[in-house]
Design a protein around this ligand. Structure first.
Ligand code: SF4
Ligand code: SF4
Length: 170
């Protein structure tokens, strides 16, 4: 009799489990999900690759620039890449919709290019120093800092030395 009562109570109460995938579900705030990468803010320092617990991130040099690849199905959502990325170019979103067929595993990637730039002083190939990075490194930005960011290390040194000998402030 007891079991019938329990069954009746449960039937009246309705399902207590989440209806997903046949209905809506919720996402806990701060969930660490799919990686989002912003090439415009990446300075190709490769720190994220270095700390990546899952070995999910890879950089490669090409003639056009540095390519970034993250393999979503190797990512362990540890969040170290986001934590160590100073300019905030890599972030974990709350998107957890990453289920896929085994045959699609090679498509579960995000790929982008961090383009090479030419030094404005000598034309040497350089990697961008992004606005977020400059802002954090110098606690702000001004014309001098932005000019230095468009130069290679040799031209930066030469320009700084010239300014110092002229007694100008950087
Ligand atoms: S995403 Fe961030 S940590 Fe990774 S290479 Fe770019 S700037 Fe560096
Ligand atoms: S969250 Fe962790 S495992 Fe995933 S890409 Fe970032 S560092 Fe690698």
């Amino acid at each position: 009799m007891k079991i019938l009562k329990l069954l009746w109570q449960n039937l009246k109460k309705g399902p207590s489990t989440d209806p997903f995938p046949f209905g809506d579900t919720f996402t806990p705030k701060g969930l660490r999900g799919r990686i989002r990468f912003d090439a415009s803010q990446c300075s190709a320092c490769r720190m994220c690759e270095h700390v990546c617990a899952g070995g999910a991130i890879r950089f490669e040099q090409t003639d056009q620039g540095t390519t970034f690849t993250v393999w979503h199905n190797s990512c362990t959502f540890c969040g170290l890449c986001e934590h160590y990325c100073m300019p905030g170019a890599i972030r974990l979103t709350e998107d957890w919709h990453l289920a896929h067929h085994q045959s699609d595993k090679y498509h579960m990637v995000e790929h982008d290019l961090i383009p090479h730039l030419a030094c404005e002083g000598c034309g040497e190939t350089i990697t961008q120093a992004t606005s977020n990075l400059l802002g954090k490194a110098y606690c702000g930005s001004n014309d001098d800092i932005r000019t230095l960011a468009r130069l290679c290390s040799d031209c930066r040194r030469a320009r700084s030395a010239k300014q110092l000998t002229k007694g100008e402030m950087l």
